[in-house]
Write a protein that binds this ligand. Structure first.
Ligand SMILES: *Cc1c(COP(=O)(O)O)cnc(C)c1O
Length: 315
């Protein structure tokens, strides 16, 4: 029974994540080759980077005989959504500790979580800030019993091991690999699998993202990755902070979607693509470079009706 669960997780069948060339007139003349790795397509609910972050945590939980998983997130969290789905698929009970007050009716993210069997508990924003303290975690264990606790966003050493696998699916040679960063867990995994002539460039989706560089260094040393210098996190495209955006970013999304026929959202992937396009224009990348941008998913929490307006994009 136990071994069955572990092998179900290890052998979980994902859809293909094709590598597509972005043939956008805005960047064609730059001489840069831009590809997108469609990790958003690997599964309807466990899409993007969140599956890779969960994979070895789920295996670890199963190996340690836990039947119950608990984690933290905001009301639109892609991590909470994926965790609920994974719990349902592989047979774990799941609990989500949600930042802020309950709002009814539940938004689509939390409704999906509940429909997949997740139990939700709400805590105040000030409580939520303590979520990594040992005192707080002790209380969680007292209240919820024998649960396997995953940190917010699922970022830990096992997540780093999982996200390294995103790179093994990429077979074309490239110079840069780009992705949006929230906690830095995903880029740490990518960095761990790079060779010396490849460079990882993350885009902070938060204001004041300098801490991300420390996070990444911390994840890399925890994962015992030998010191690497071929990476950086750009801090210039946060658009005011986490989950903040403006009409320029929405216009960019409208244009990107109609030109490339690929959906992106304003919290993560659009900030990265805006940054990549802008840096291409500013000649940040070496001429002739090949860039791979990872579509990390995140479309579940996005209400795309805000895009139903004319496209006025101007660079
Ligand atoms: C969670 C998430 C990220 C950020 O991943 P980190 O490992 O926290 O840096 C990026 N993109 C999407 C769509 C996400 O859901």
């Amino acid at each position: 029974m136990l071994n069955q669960k572990i092998s179900d997780i290890k052998n979980f069948k994902l859809e293909d994540a094709p590598l597509q060339k972005i043939d956008d007139p805005l960047i064609l003349s730059s001489g840069i080759n831009l590809y997108i790795k469609r990790e958003d397509l690997i599964h309807p609910a466990l899409s993007g980077n969140k599956w890779y972050k969960l994979k070895y945590n789920l295996i670890d939980a199963a190996e340690k005989n836990f039947n119950s998983l608990l984690s933290f997130g905001g009301a639109f969290s892609n991590h909470i959504y994926a965790l609920a789905s994974a719990g349902k698929i592989f047979g774990f009970k799941t609990t989500g500790i949600i930042r802020g007050e309950e709002h009814l009716p539940l938004n689509p993210t939390l409704k999906f979580a509940v429909n997949n069997g997740m139990e939700l508990h709400y805590i105040s924003r000030s409580e939520y800030r303590k979520k990594n303290d040992s005192e707080f975690l002790k209380k969680i264990n007292e209240k919820f019993g024998d649960v396997y606790v995953l940190p917010e966003g699922g970022s830990n050493t096992l997540a780093v091991k999982g996200t390294a696998e995103i790179l093994s699916g990429i077979t074309v040679p490239f110079d840069y690999i780009c992705l949006p960063c929230g906690t830095g867990g995903t880029i740490a995994g990518i960095i761990s699998a790079l060779n010396e002539i490849q460079f990882a460039l993350g885009f902070s989706v938060l204001k004041g993202g300098t801490f991300l560089k420390d996070n990444v260094s911390h994840f890399l040393s925890e994962a015992e990755v030998k010191r690497k210098i071929n990476w950086d996190i750009n801090l210039d495209y946060h658009f005011g902070g986490y989950a903040k955006y403006n009409s320029q970013l929405l216009d960019f999304i409208r244009r990107f979607e109609s030109t490339n026929n690929i959906q992106i959202e304003p919290i993560y992937t659009a900030k990265m693509f805006y940054g990549i396009y802008d840096l291409i224009h500013k000649k940040y990348f070496k001429p002739g470079s090949t860039i791979i941008a990872i579509h990390t998913g995140g479309l579940q929490g996005f209400n795309s009706s805000i895009l139903l307006k004319p496209n006025r994009f101007r660079w």
